[in-house]
Design a protein. Sequence first.
Length: 343
Amino acid sequence: MDPNHLPVGDTSPYHDALAQCVDHWGLVPGKTELVRDGVNHVFATEFVNGDPVIIRISDGALRSRGEVLGELLWLDHLIHHGCTVTTPIPSRGGELLETIELDVGTMHVCCFKRFRGQQLDPANDAQWNDELFLKLGRETGRIHRVSDELQLPADRNRWHWYESKLGQFPDPLPSAFNPQVADAMQAFIDELRGRPTPSRHYGLVHRDLHSGNFLVEDGEIQIIDFDLGCYGWRTMDFAVLLFSHYYYPSLRVPHTSSELAGHVLAMMVQGYRDEYTFDREQLDTVGDMILLRTILNYIIMVPAVEHWQIAMGDPQPPVTESLTWIEQLWLDGHKLQVDLSQL
């Protein structure tokens, strides 16, 4: 469900931008391979000294230079305050962000340290367990606490959750969308936008914290891919993981239930509270944040179902079934069972 996998008609601009950045960071073209495509193209490569790194190239039509710089400033702040997160590497010219102008448009290029940790399998109980949930909650709490100490400049800031172009319905609405579902989702978005945003409940969030966006090395969690980071409710960083692995039909773990999801949430909140405050009012927003994630998933996947079926590794149930589940959820009045009794 990563928007970075959105299909792109012509990938050549990304490769052209990469070619122009080889000397900026001292990369080895022969050791470079594409690991993720879409709105962002992500390449694994090496410096000439052998250090493994990641190059991320973003389409300037969807990410402004100031917005990307805001992400990099945020990451630098987190790192300097003890968070283990994606680490930007300046170019040889001392720039964290190189902007490449091509005939077809602008591309923004960043370089990051490549962590050596491993992704975990949510279906493997030996890896996906209470110890992990506690640690993940603790790291999330630390990121939120440290983020509240940061004030990004106006020209290098991140958007609010509702401002991202990726999360907006196209106008006019293509025939692939169910208009009744789209209307219900838009009404929910409008209602959320009108809610109060109290401090500590709302601020900078990762917004895409699922199993594909953190690694584990020697028991330490390394959180990566902050591209969707924005201002939003802090419970978004619980809801994404719950939606992805305990509700969404194509990805959920075997034998899932609202009780199991509630247990995972309880463990994450317990770890979170080691680092930051978390009150009952915040818990009451978890269900709404899961619903909000169904909307992003629906907007992104409906226009490219076949692409997503391939990009997600041909999951069963298929993506079409998951989208039908989302539609029915909203046609039924978006009733979603979230067990909070264990908190």
